[in-house]
Design a protein around this ligand. Structure first.
Ligand SMILES: [Zn+2]
Ligand SMILES: [Zn+2]
Length: 205
C-alpha cells in the first residue's frame, strides 16, 4: 500500500496541483474492457460525469482527483497520456500469456519461450504507459510469428514481484528482452517503442 501512496505522490507532483490527488484503481480500466466510450472519452460504464452516483465508489478506494472532481483514473487533465481507445489486438493464436506469479517469483528463465525472442512485460493496472506499450507489443505480435510475449502483473511497488524485479526501476512498464537461446538482451523502462525495436533487432543478431 505504501507503494501506491508513493505513486499517488508522484502523480501529484507530475500534475503540479494541490495535494488532493488519489491513486489509480482498476475500476475505470475494468469498465474499459466492456466497451464504448462516453463523450468524456472515458468508458461509459465507469464515467462519473455521466453518472455522478458512481463517484462514491471511486472516492472509497482513494481513486479521486480533487482539483478536477473526477476519478484520478479518469483525469485527462492530470494524465494527458490517458486513453481508453481500443488497442491494436494481438492476432488469434499469438504467443502471448500471463506468467503465473509462483513461476515469476522463481526467476525469468522459466518465463521465456524456447526458440523464440521473448519479451517479458512487467505492468500494473494503474500504469497509464503500460496500456500503450501493450498495444505496441500486440502490433509486433501481429507481424512477427517468432515473437513471444509474457506478462507479469504487479500490484504495487511492495508486491514481492516488484521487490524482486523492479528495484532501481523508476517507472513501468519494464520490458525484459531475451533472445531465442534464452539469454537476456536488454531492458526497456517506460513506454519507449523505438528502444524496444532496437532490442528486438539485437536479439536476432
Ligand atoms: Zn462521460
Ligand atoms: Zn486531475
Amino acid at each position: 500500500m505504501r507503494g501506491l501512496l508513493l505513486l499517488g505522490a508522484l502523480l501529484m507532483a507530475s500534475c503540479g496541483g494541490p495535494p488532493a490527488h488519489g491513486t489509480f484503481s482498476a475500476l475505470t480500466a475494468n469498465a474499459g474492457d466492456a466497451g464504448a466510450l462516453c463523450a468524456h472519452q472515458v468508458p461509459a460504464e465507469a464515467c462519473t460525469r455521466c453518472e455522478p452516483s458512481r463517484a462514491a465508489s471511486f472516492k472509497k478506494v482513494g481513486d479521486w482527483c480533487g482539483p478536477h472532481e473526477v476519478p484520478e483514473s479518469q483525469c485527462h487533465a492530470c494524465h494527458p497520456d490517458l486513453s481508453f481507445e481500443p488497442l491494436p489486438e494481438a492476432p488469434p493464436g499469438a504467443d502471448q500469456r500471463a506468467v503465473p506469479r509462483e513461476v515469476a517469483l522463481t526467476g525469468l528463465a522459466g518465463a521465456t519461450a524456447p526458440g523464440k525472442v521473448t519479451v517479458v512485460d512487467f505492468w500494473a493496472v494503474w500504469c497509464v504507459p503500460c496500456r500503450r506499450t501493450a498495444g505496441e507489443l500486440n502490433l509486433r505480435l501481429a507481424h512477427d510469428p517468432g515473437l513471444a510475449v509474457r506478462k507479469i502483473q504487479v500490484a504495487d511497488w511492495d508486491d514481492p514481484l516488484a521487490v524482486k524485479y523492479l528495484a532501481g526501476t523508476p517507472e513501468l512498464p519494464l520490458l525484459v528482452v531475451f533472445d531465442a537461446q534464452g539469454a537476456e538482451v536488454g531492458r526497456v523502462k517506460g513506454h519507449r517503442p523505438a528502444e524496444l525495436d532496437a532490442l528486438l533487432a539485437k536479439a536476432r543478431q
